[in-house]
Design a protein. Structure first.
Length: 94
């Protein structure tokens, strides 16, 4: 089996907390099981930079039936997110 394609974002070391928060957010979105969310492979520091490495999704132009399905998925996502109580952010998101 071929290795999965990856997508990586990098930034200054100060971006590490942002990438960690992004990974946590993607995990919460995945739990909703409403829309396709990339799997995060790794978050950390490497060669003096912060990075997040994740699954690269194959994207295609939307068609009418896709737009309708996306609307249904977003409604399901909002239902899931309304059940999550967030009192204080644990780290900055930006």
């Amino acid at each position: 089996m071929a290795a999965a394609a990856t997508f990586e974002k990098t930034g200054p070391t100060s971006a590490l907390a942002m990438f960690e928060a992004e990974a946590e957010g993607l995990d919460e979105l995945r739990k909703a099981d409403a829309v396709r969310v990339p799997e995060v492979y790794e978050v950390g520091l490497r060669d003096g930079e912060a990075f997040i490495s994740m699954e690269k999704l194959s994207l295609a132009p939307a068609r009418g039936e896709h737009e309708a399905r996306l609307g249904e998925q977003l409604a399901a996502l909002h239902s899931h997110l309304s059940l999550i109580h967030i009192s204080e952010p644990t780290r900055p998101v930006g």
